[in-house]
Design a protein around this ligand. Structure first.
Ligand SMILES: [Zn+2]
Length: 400
């Protein structure tokens, strides 16, 4: 059983706009938090062993500091640059094992290092994992969390070179940036997510909280582990602020999870074997070896190449699916880059990634505005295969 499948489903971030380092990611609602104990969220990107890694940071804004100063320092602490809004929205950041057709590996294994943990931390973290698992979605953390003495390999405060070691570790440690409460490091081309909580802060397991609530911060960070970005919905777990205890997922959080992983986790029926197979069944089409990549393929029921769907309770998420084929065969590992525009609002974003074993690559725009959307495949390649005359492909439009 494959516990951690390779997350080929991921990107290299193209746009290079380090303008307001991280502040582009700050929700407008962050200003509504009390000045005392105000906390902001910062998202950046850096690289480990040449691979892109997204870093989500929760940082406290102390008196006399601006949000920008705190965001800049938090990003410096992890050697990252800020991620722009369009880059963030077009991350193709989900775990592949939930879409590989094998229900036996549909969970994410996490490991826990109890060294220096505050009182009650393990129980609070277990509850936050259980909260995500209880949401109606195929996504799940493995119920049991293994104990380990390891320092999370992607976290830069650990000794030695940062690396992907195939484990999703959680640990408590003093973090370099004095304002950072917690941080999630998430690989973009490799399935791995490590979480660290800063022991330089006071933490609480009490209700009402006597310090920063462990379960609240863990619930938010594990949403990032699942592949969910920030939300502008007030009161949601994925709102980029800490404003006291929040231990319950909102409809917005759940719909974000469902946008990636669908509903009905754990209820996947086992196909019943046909006792009397039809002897004249139509044979599978013989794969035709080709020399050029196609974007979309009628043989795979996707002549259009780019699929838009709005999912989630309020219909704000726009999912863009790219299928790459060679003749009749899906091509995994193809590098694809796209541009998506809302021609009504002028929003524009670019993203890139690698197709999964089904030849698919999905992108998501969180809280997508209504309007006229257009997506163009800018390039696609896989080994010596290159685009045919229909590729680059587009534009494909969607009107909402
Ligand atoms: Zn966050």
């Amino acid at each position: 059983m494959t516990l951690i499948s390779s997350r080929r489903n991921l990107l290299a971030i193209i746009a290079v706009l380090a303008i307001s380092a991280g502040l582009a990611m700050l929700g407008a609602d962050s200003a509504s938090a009390k000045s005392e104990g105000k906390t902001i969220a910062v998202t950046g990107v850096t690289s480990v062993n040449g691979q892109s890694v997204v870093v989500h940071i929760i940082a406290a804004v102390n008196a006399g500091k601006s949000d920008q100063e705190v965001a800049d320092a938090a990003l410096r602490g992890v050697n990252a640059r800020g991620l722009t809004a369009s880059e963030y929205s077009l991350l193709a950041n989900s775990w592949d094992q939930f879409s590989d057709g094998d229900a036996g590996n549909d969970f994410v294994v996490q490991r826990y290092n109890a060294k220096d943990e505050p009182s009650g931390a393990r129980a609070a973290i277990d509850r936050s994992r259980a909260t995500w698992n209880a949401a109606d979605s195929a996504f799940a953390f493995q119920t049991a969390m293994a104990s380990t003495g390891k320092c999370p390999s992607l976290v830069n405060e650990c000794k030695g070179r940062q690396s992907f070691d195939g484990n999703n570790d959680i640990a408590w440690m003093p973090l370099r940036d004095q304002n950072t409460l917690g941080v999630t490091w998430s690989g973009t081309s490799t399935d791995e997510a490590d979480v660290a909580f800063n022991t330089n802060f006071s933490w609480s397991n009490d209700k009402p909280a006597s310090a920063t609530d462990i379960e609240t911060v863990a619930l938010h960070e594990f949403g990032h582990v699942a592949g969910i970005g920030h939300s502008e919905v007030f009161g949601s777990i994925m709102e980029p602020i800490y404003a006291g205890i929040r231990r319950t997922l909102t409809d917005d959080d759940i719909s974000a999870l469902q946008a990636w992983y669908g509903t009905g986790g754990g209820t996947t029926p086992t196909p019943t074997p046909d006792p009397d197979p039809e002897p004249t069944a139509t044979p599978e089409p013989t794969p035709v070896p080709g020399t050029e990549l196609h974007i979309g393929n009628a043989d795979y029921g996707n002549n259009d190449g780019v699929t838009y769907s709005l999912s989630g309770k309020k219909g704000r998420d726009l999912i863009i699916t790219i299928l790459v084929t060679d003749g009749n065969s899906a091509v995994s590992g193809a590098s694809v880059s796209i541009e998506t525009d809302n021609t009504d609002t002028g929003w524009s974003g670019t993203g890139s990634g690698t197709t999964n074993s089904d030849g698919e690559l999905r992108f998501r725009i969180r809280n997508a505005n209504s309007g006229n959307w257009s997506t163009t495949v800018l390039s696609a390649s896989a080994g010596s295969l290159t685009c045919d005359s229909d590729c680059p492909d587009g534009p494909h439009t969607y009107v909402k």
